[in-house]
Design a protein around this ligand. Structure first.
Ligand SMILES: C[S@@+](CC[C@H](N)C(=O)[O-])C[C@H]1O[C@@H](n2cnc3c(N)ncnc32)[C@H](O)[C@@H]1O
Length: 246
């Protein structure tokens, strides 16, 4: 029986299907370090690290990085790249609903919408685990899609773009009853072969996240509309929340 969507879509198809939406990770790392005063040598957890897009540049800058991900495929890509580039990262195949390492990290990063995949109880559990894993005063940066505007106005959308390997059709549907957004991506490769994937996340408001973070022993310190620190507005593309362990 196939597993939950988040156990199956993060495989070799992912870079083709979702890669075109990714930003430049080297620049994002610079931006994150510009937002947060976390010196090299600090222990960083990259939660849902995927292919190590941010873990590897952070390790290269002298951070002690632990990349946590459920997908063997993504971790395999990350490991191979780190090896090629001579960078040391601790890669862990762990479920973020379970993984905790008490008082271990100065910073936890959850980047490119790597939070909200589960039901409310499990999503809270992920934050509880982060709360336990951070040192006192440690920081969590959550980088989420600002889907609140979609939910409030039911802004479903479809878009087709040309990407290096073919034509990518993307659709996002918001469900006000479940407060979830479903994204479907279908890539038609130049040879006519089609591959597809669907993503389903709970969309939390800033207030809901503030309460959930509070329950997990953290307090919101700042929020932005991008990793480069733009002010957060209803129209922002991202919702970037910086909180710290009290
Ligand atoms: C949207 S991707 C983002 C990856 C990475 N942060 C980036 O920016 O490239 C989300 C990642 O979360 C991972 N993931 C999904 N469910 C997970 C779970 N239960 N525990 C740990 N990681 C999980 C996926 O395998 C995937 O690599």
């Amino acid at each position: 029986m196939p597993g939950a969507w988040f156990e199956t879509i993060f495989d070799e198809r992912y870079p083709e299907l979702f890669g075109p939406l990714e930003g430049n990770a080297e620049r994002e790392v610079e931006e994150i370090l510009g937002l947060l005063a976390v010196p090299p040598g600090s222990a960083v957890e990259d939660l849902g690290c995927g292919r190590g897009r941010h873990s590897i540049p952070l390790a290269r800058r002298g951070y002690v990085v632990t990349g946590v991900d459920l997908s063997d495929k993504m971790l395999g890509i990350a490991r191979a790249r780190a090896l090629r580039e001579g960078v040391s990262v601790e890669w862990l195949r762990e479920d973020m609903r379970v993984f905790r390492r008490p008082g271990a990290f100065d910073l936890c990063l959850s980047l490119f919408t790597s939070f909200g995949f589960f039901n409310d109880r499990e999503n809270q559990r992920v934050l509880d685990n982060v709360g336990v894993s951070l040192k006192e005063g440690g920081i969590l940066l959550l980088d989420l899609r600002n889907a609140g505007k979609g939910l409030s106005r039911l802004e479903d959308w479809d878009q087709t773009i040309e990407v290096p390997s073919g034509t990518l059709w993307m659709s996002v549907r918001f469900n006000r009853r479940t407060m979830r957004a479903t994204a479907e991506h279908v890539l038609t490769r130049q040879d006519g072969i089609r591959i597809s994937s669907a993503f389903d996340v709970r969309v939390y408001s800033m207030d809901e996240l503030g309460m959930m973070l509070g329950k997990a022993g953290m307090r919101v310190k700042n929020f932005f509309g991008s990793l480069s620190g733009d002010p957060f507005t209803d129209e922002s593309g991202r919702m970037v929340i910086v909180s710290s362990k009290e």
